[in-house]
Design a protein around this ligand. Sequence first.
Ligand code: SF4
Length: 255
Amino acid sequence: MKGRGYDPIRLSEVVEKQVIRPTLKMPLRRYYRFRYSKHYGGIYTADAVGCNLRCVFCWSYRYITNPNLGNFYSPEEVARKLVDGAAYYGVEKVRVSGAEPTIGREHLIALIDQLKHENVLFILETNGILLSEEAYAKRIANQDNVHVRISLKGGSPSTFHKITGACEEGFELQLEAIRNLARLDANFHVSAVVSFSTNDEIRSLLLVLKDIKDSLVTTFEPELVVLYPKVLERLMKANLKPLLALTPKGEIVRM
Ligand code: SF4
């Protein structure tokens, strides 16, 4: 990849070595927490460690930049915790959050397999960088128990670069993942962090999505950054001002 900023594919390889531990059976991955959350009307969540982007506004920044945090778990152990947690809270959705779940392909696919015969839907929240690889996207798209939520970081290559620090080509990788999932008729929708985008940029993004698949516009989910104290500190340090954001209490603020 060319251009200013790090290569997210290269970073994926580095992070994979740090947060995935190969074993004779299935690879283990580092997770730091298992918890219930109110998102999606109630979901039980495993928070993993390690990401291939470095979004300035990431609420989980500590866990994406410190690969030694958390403990290693097998796909079976994670699946068991998710299923038990979902049953305890009476919910039928589970997810991996706090990091990029697609790092460690075999771990993720084994986790999805483990969940297959359970009464839960796995929400795969991803930045989509690695699903730009068609073969990997195919393995995900084929799963009946998965709904993918691809979160675009901004609405254009330049905003993507500004808020992630990655090279602009990374935005095209996110779009390629969307094209792959659309072609494969996967169960998915697209969200985008719109806090740093002008209305024109968002309009152009929606046109791009419409061109890929009409329904991506009706299911589009705009995301605002949440101004937790540490996030605010990092935004100020990076001299980045969101146009629109959420306070930790959920109030919308125009800045
Ligand atoms: S892609 Fe998600 S987990 Fe990774 S740095 Fe950005 S916000 Fe954090």
